[in-house]
Design a protein around this ligand. Structure first.
Ligand code: NDP
Length: 433
């Protein structure tokens, strides 16, 4: 804590992993001798830079850009860029740290990193977004490369932003290096299913978790927080798997629709019109918008937090348990606080931590890198099959690791330990670097 003052989200993420991996160190004294824990908590490289850009009225703005290259033991740094006014070093470091273990769990050759800016894209014109992305990439490009560091999207960064970033990278470097960014549009090297992958993957993971308890999505009431990329495709797949999604949210409140959320309408409002969820009821009268309140008050069987970190504290977790929730699948990164996780554990709620449940996005990014490297493009069906296999594999690995370490059904411990061991073994093999 003293080495990283004020970085509360980073402390929280590290504490959660260390709580789990204490069990491993006893069995593996070689990790302690090589100071793997100390090394794994220290990013390999941290980059902070100025991003100056001009808005449509000619006013100049200065934002701060970040890229934390956390760990490259398993492959090039891989992880998204977040554009949100709350972004600072502590958030980027927590996300980068989580990414290291998540990427290991996919079983694919990718290291961990994360980046972003405190730029707020809300209400900005297309031209302003492009101006910001171009300025951001004009500094970041020197640190990237398909064998070095490969960013993708996250909050506030979707395929439009990835397109502008890639365009600027290509212009500056004079290289059509497709594999330098993932989450590209399909028209220029993007993979089928990447847009859907995080949400679809989270739904597959929760399906497996429910199946391990003799349950399924069939007829279950499901609530999802957020209405962005992860939330939309989580809802789409959960409905396909037989669940009834009754509510979703954005930062202004939530919509509840007892006849089932109309996902096509949410896509239209949020992805195409870039509008607000508050407009939902005017287009679909079965929906009600509840302003300035949290979606967790809607009774459900399954909750899938898919907006941002720390959205479920002890209080919201208790509310969910009281209302009969039996399973929680994290589509977002660290949406549940340690107190919240404690409440779920105590109540026997099945809990899928983000670093396992939302790994489908980065896994499909790694599939995009494979396609770019071989100048190939796989079909939608084949790519979704690969994603599903990967999610089933991650579930099995977390489940088996939790059993092996004496905490059956604890996916948090299972995910942390399985990811940690894989990275730690690679770090040992690579020597003192
Ligand atoms: P988007 O920007 O597409 O959507 C974010 C959604 O969450 C929006 O509905 C937004 O509401 C809401 N939200 C964001 N911040 C807040 C906040 N501080 N308070 C309340 N609501 C908020 O982002 P993504 O869907 O891509 O990301 C969501 C989560 O999933 C993040 O935790 C991200 O790290 C994680 N994730 C994303 C992956 C991906 O592939 N995109 C991969 C793995 C994890 P509003 O529109 O009002 O801002």
């Amino acid at each position: 804590v003293g080495r990283n003052p004020g970085e509360v989200e980073f402390h929280q993420a590290v504490r959660e992993v260390l709580d789990s991996v204490g069990r491993v160190i006893g069995k593996h004294p070689e990790y302690a001798r090589a100071k793997i824990i100390e090394r794994i908590c220290e990013p390999e490289r941290q980059i902070t830079f100025r991003v100056a850009w001009q808005d449509d009225h000619g006013e100049v703005h200065i934002n701060r850009g970040f890229r934390i290259e956390f760990n490259s033991a398993l492959g090039p740094y891989k992880g998204g860029l977040r554009f949100h006014p709350s972004v600072y070093q502590g958030i980027v470091k927590f996300l980068g740290f989580e990414q290291v273990f998540k990427n290991a769990l996919t079983g694919l050759p990718i290291g961990g990193g994360k980046g972003g800016s405190d730029f707020d894209p809300k209400g900005r014109s297309d031209r302003e977004i492009m101006a910001f992305c171009q300025s951001f990439m004009t500094e970041l490009y020197r640190h990237l490369g398909e064998y070095t560091d490969v960013p993708a999207g996250d909050i506030g960064v979707g395929s439009r932003e990835i397109g502008y970033l890639f365009g600027q990278y290509k212009r500056i470097t004079n290289r059509y290096e497709s594999g330098v960014l993932t989450g590209k549009a399909e028209a220029f090297g993007g993979s089928h299913i990447r847009t859907e992958a995080t949400g679809y993957g989270a739904a597959f993971f929760v399906r497996e978790m429910l199946a391990a308890r003799g349950e399924s999505f069939d007829g279950k009431r499901v609530i999802v927080s957020g209405s962005g990329n992860v939330a939309i495709y989580t809802m789409e797949k959960v409905q396909e798997l037989g669940g009834l999604v009754v509510a979703c949210s954005d930062s202004d409140g939530y919509v509840v629709d007892e006849s089932g959320i109309d996902v096509a309408l949410v896509k239209q409002l949020k992805e195409i019109e870039r509008g607000r969820l508050a407009e939902y009821p005017s287009r679909r009268p079965s929906g009600k918008h509840i302003a300035q309140r949290q979606v967790w008050e809607v009774p459900c069987d399954v909750a899938m937090p898919s907006a941002t970190q720390n959205e479920i504290t002890g209080k919201e977790a208790q509310l969910l348990v009281r209302n009969g929730c039996i399973a929680v699948g994290e589509g977002a990164n660290m949406p549940t606080t340690p107190e919240g996780i404690g409440v779920f554990r105590e109540a026997g709620v099945a809990f899928a931590p983000g670093k396992a449940a939302n790994a489908g996005g980065v896994a499909t990014s790694a599939l995009e890198m494979q396609q770019n490297a071989s100048r190939d493009s796989w079909s939608r069906e084949f790519t979704e099959q690969r994603l599903e296999q990967i999610m089933v594999g991650i579930h099995a690995r977390c489940y088996a690791t939790a059993e092996e370490y004496g905490v059956p059904g604890d996916y948090t411990v299972g995910a942390n330990i399985a990811g940690f061991i894989q990275v730690a073994d690679a770090m040992l093999a690579l020597g003192l670097v």
